[in-house]
Write a protein that binds this ligand. Structure first.
Ligand code: NAP
Length: 243
């Protein structure tokens, strides 16, 4: 049986990816800092590990537990909305610890133990390519770093036939998206519905996507159907980003 480790599995995209991979026959290790959110996954037969990926010791325990997996999905991530000129070094460190350091460490230290045919998907974002708002500058820079990490490790692991790709989602209906919409709408003095409509208006397909749809793209990047793809930054944006 193939094995997979999914971070951020208690919520949103990571949750949908964990469920999809189990459905595809993987033995899934679901990781998140939220033990309550992991409960339903454990009940569904997954192995779970509650760990804060911004903590060195906890991260090391995740790396140890993930040795030799066939698939790794780095979905855990955080966002901070704050005017760009007010961002502090502490803000940057907090975001980078999860969105950059943990992705680097898990990709490097688990990737090197993966068998031939193994694959990694790192969750980047359309914001790595588009500066949609200056309030998300720290987040966007962390997601740009994820693309570089993905490309470098695609080179490093290519000779061992371990692939590393990034997915760049646009607007996906998840708890993170709800938080972003609520904060951004309040800052602009409009309702969540108004902002949501404004944002989806700029998407050629005219809508947000579900986490389940996103999990489908993640599964494709882990599957044999993408066996000749590595180091890619795949847009999942309904056409919002086309490069
Ligand atoms: P989400 O619903 O907030 O889920 C992320 C999960 O990661 C949460 O359970 C969160 O726990 C967990 N997490 C955060 N920090 C962690 C840490 N230090 N250690 C362990 N777990 C941690 O977010 P999502 O929307 O599914 O996003 C998943 C990924 O896709 C993220 O990397 C995000 O940046 C990226 N993405 C999302 C969208 C979108 O529209 N939703 C668009 C582009 C990219 P807490 O709830 O406790 O924070």
């Amino acid at each position: 049986m193939k094995t997979a480790l999914v971070t951020g599995a208690a919520s949103g995209i990571g949750n949908a990816a964990a469920v999809r991979l189990q459905r595809e026959g993987y033995d899934v290790l679901a990781v998140d800092r939220d033990p309550t959110g992991l409960g339903p996954l454990e009940e569904a037969g997954m192995r779970v590990l509650a760990a804060d990926l911004s903590d060195d010791a906890a991260r090391a325990s995740v790396i140890e537990a993930g040795r030799g997996v066939d698939a790794l999905v780095n979905s855990a991530g955080i966002i901070l909305l704050k005017p760009i000129l007010e961002l502090t070094v502490l803000d940057l460190r907090q975001i980078y610890a999860v969105n950059v350091e943990a992705v680097w460490e898990l990709t490097s230290k688990i990737g090197r133990t993966m068998p031939s045919g193994g694959a990694i998907v790192n969750l980047s974002s359309s914001s790595a390519k588009l500066a949609a708002t200056t309030e998300a500058a720290a987040y966007a820079s962390s997601k740009a770093a994820v693309l570089s990490i993905t490309r470098s490790f695609a080179y490093a692991f290519g000779p061992r036939n371990v692939r590393v790709n990034a997915l760049c989602p646009g607007i996906i209906d998840t708890p993170m998206q709800d938080t972003v919409l609520a904060k951004a709408a309040a800052a602009r003095g409009i309702t969540v519905e108004q902002l949501s409509e404004e944002r989806t208006h700029s998407v050629p397909l005219g809508r947000a996507a579900s986490a389940d749809e996103c999990a489908g793209a993640i599964y494709f990047l882990l599957s044999e159907d993408s066996a000749y793809m590595t180091g890619q930054a795949i847009n999942f944006t309904g056409g919002l980003v086309m490069f």
